[in-house]
Design a protein around this ligand. Structure first.
Ligand code: ZN
Length: 485
């Protein structure tokens, strides 16, 4: 017995030693290589922020359809404004209007045979429910000291304007990039991107334009989002969760509520929904979340470093920790929630039909078919009908966390945001880039802006705003990045 105990102690000792070695010896903190190139610290034209303010004054709400001429007109006015305010781009780049409201701008390049770099942005914004509780009117583009207030300041005219400013700068300095740089600005991202991004993607395909990598919104330089990491995390999204909506319905003959049957539509539906709520999809730590922890572990305090450097043994504990927060839980499993329930019209009649809508966000690796099978298996009741409804898309493939696109983004972050740690990430909400999966297998999601718990509430919420220094850093970032292409 004593012998067994001794060997057990020895085994635990060796295990601990391996964990510590892995966390501290093999996982040493890489040095930040801040190159401080002239462009990373260069001055940004003071009038750029004013142009950004003007761009926010166009009420470019997403169109309701291809015939929504009132909405389309606003986009065309914005296109016109761009050509006046970015004269070199207007003159030297190739502009294509796609489906009336979207734009594809190609910068001059030295070598057209290299696969192009495609930068996405969207010109449409979400509506404002109640402008009276905004600090400044959402479409005035008010600049107060060093802050610009307005709808679109962080989603996503900040990307569009910073890209245009950098592109104009590149043309001013006459440093023509090697590879083709394409700017693609959709006009209906907020309602799915079928009129804009999907058509631009088709245009690129039809014209045999080879895309080397895509960069879109999705993440940025995030403050305090990774447990245990004090540095900002520059998260480059390399994958995006899938989307599916399932209708669950029960039809049983109704009747008077004074003598109800034990099993009726509402009771059967409620019990089915309860089963779904009580059962969750299995949690998994897989790419890109595994890579996120492995890349950030060297910068963490020792306790977290020990935990995240040894996922081969600590993953049950890490999964438990991540499942405690709503947003972190969404990165390790397919999530679902009932968003609509419908049944009954009269208080004293048992309804003959009851339906519920359950929305799913799929982790890479779980397919829409898996989801439907899982729902049926979990409910396990023949009286309940399950079917897919509305828009759905599978989770995206996972793009590589190195090579063309990722490396250039990574190196540009090192120059412009030297204290941020670059890590790959999984986007839990979708964007236009899902439409470009057919064009390219290197799709990245990184906006060179700082995000924190304060400014994130402005996205789709009230008091959306951006700070001048953050905007100017974004312009520097794209200028540095364009210089590497
Ligand atoms: Zn957006």
């Amino acid at each position: 017995m004593k012998k067994v105990f001794k060997s057990l102690l020895l085994a635990i000792g060796i295990l601990l030693l391996v964990m510590v070695l892995k966390a501290f010896v093999f996982n040493t903190k890489p040095e930040f290589n801040s190159l401080n190139s002239p462009s990373a610290s260069s001055k940004v034209d003071g009038s750029a922020f004013l142009r950004f303010s003007q761009a926010l004054q166009f009420r470019t709400l997403s169109p309701s359809g291809v015939d929504d001429s009132m909405a389309i007109q606003k986009f065309q006015q914005l296109h016109h404004w761009m050509k006046i305010n970015y004269p070199l781009l207007a003159q030297k780049a190739t502009w294509s209007v796609i489906n009336q409201g979207s734009l594809l701008i190609e910068l001059p390049s030295m070598n057209k045979t290299l696969p192009a770099a495609l930068f996405l942005g969207h010109l449409d914004v979400v509506p404002v429910e109640d402008s009276s509780n905004w600090k400044y009117p959402p479409f005035d583009g008010t600049i107060e000291k060093d802050t610009l207030w307005g709808r679109g300041a962080l989603d996503d005219k900040n990307a569009v304007i910073a890209l245009l400013e950098s592109a104009e700068d590149i043309l001013k300095t006459n440093k023509i990039p090697q590879r083709r740089i394409l700017l693609a600005f959709g006009h209906d991202e907020e309602v799915g991107g079928n009129l804009g991004a999907a058509q631009i993607s088709k245009y690129l395909k039809d014209n045999n334009i080879e895309i080397g990598f895509v960069n879109d919104e999705g993440f940025g330089v995030m403050e305090k989002v990774i447990p245990g990491l004090k540095n900002d995390a520059a998260i480059i999204g390399v994958a995006e969760k899938g989307y599916a909506t399932v209708e669950i319905s029960v039809e049983i003959k109704g009747g008077h509520s004074a003598w109800p049957k034990r099993d009726n539509t509402t009771s059967v539906l409620t019990s089915a929904l309860n089963k779904l709520d009580e059962t969750q999809f299995e949690s998994r730590i897989q790419e890109p979340i595994k890579g996120l922890f492995e890349s950030s572990a060297p910068y963490m305090d020792w306790g977290y470093r020990l935990l995240f450097s040894n996922l081969w043994i600590t993953s049950p504990l890490v999964k438990w920790v991540l499942n405690q927060g709503d947003k972190t839980a969404a990165t390790v499993r397919t999530t679902h929630v009932t968003t609509i329930i419908n049944a009954g019209e009269k208080e004293n009649v048992v309804p003959p039909k009851a339906t519920a809508i359950v929305n799913f966000r799929l982790l890479p690796g779980d397919s829409i078919k898996n989801v439907i099978d899982w729902v049926k298996r979990t409910i396990n009741d023949d009286r309940v009908k399950v079917r897919l409804t509305g828009n759905s898309n599978e989770s995206s493939p996972v793009s590589p966390s190195n090579g063309l696109g990722f490396d250039e983004l990574h190196n540009s972050v090192n120059e412009v945001f030297p204290s941020a740690v670059v890590v790959p990430g999984l986007a839990i909400v979708g964007s236009d880039c899902k439409h470009y999966i057919q064009n390219c297998d290197r799709i990245y999601r990184f906006l060179p802006y700082k995000f924190n718990s304060v400014n994130l509430t402005g996205i789709h919420g009230k008091n959306e705003h951006v700070i001048r220094a953050d905007f100017e850093n974004a312009v520097r970032f794209y200028t540095v990045l364009f210089g590497k292409l």
